[in-house]
Write a protein that binds this ligand. Structure first.
Ligand SMILES: [Zn+2]
Length: 86
């Protein structure tokens, strides 16, 4: 999933936080990147409001998918831990 920077048209990537990753593990990192802003290599952080509406709705759908993925992962981990104990 690649989006273009509204300022320089270079590809942007979702912001990552190692702190959130360490605090919440993989799920926390996923949630953070789902709701975090995008980062351009040249321009830095780009707020979602600078992107065209079409990109925003696509990114929102992507975020929902990432959150669902994170929840699914959480359920899998819980089931796995429960299976280990049982
Ligand atoms: Zn840029």
């Amino acid at each position: 999933m690649a989006y273009s920077c509204p300022r320089c048209a270079k590809p942007v990537q979702r912001g990552r936080s190692t702190a959130a990753g360490m605090a919440g593990g993989l799920v926390g990192a996923l949630l953070y990147s789902a709701f975090g802003s995008f980062e351009c290599a040249s321009c830095g952080k780009i707020p979602m409001s600078e992107f065209p509406a079409e990109v925003r709705s696509k990114a929102r759908a992507g975020s929902v998918a990432m959150v669902l993925g994170a929840l699914l992962l959480l359920v899998v981990v819980i089931v796995f831990l429960a299976a280990l104990r049982g």
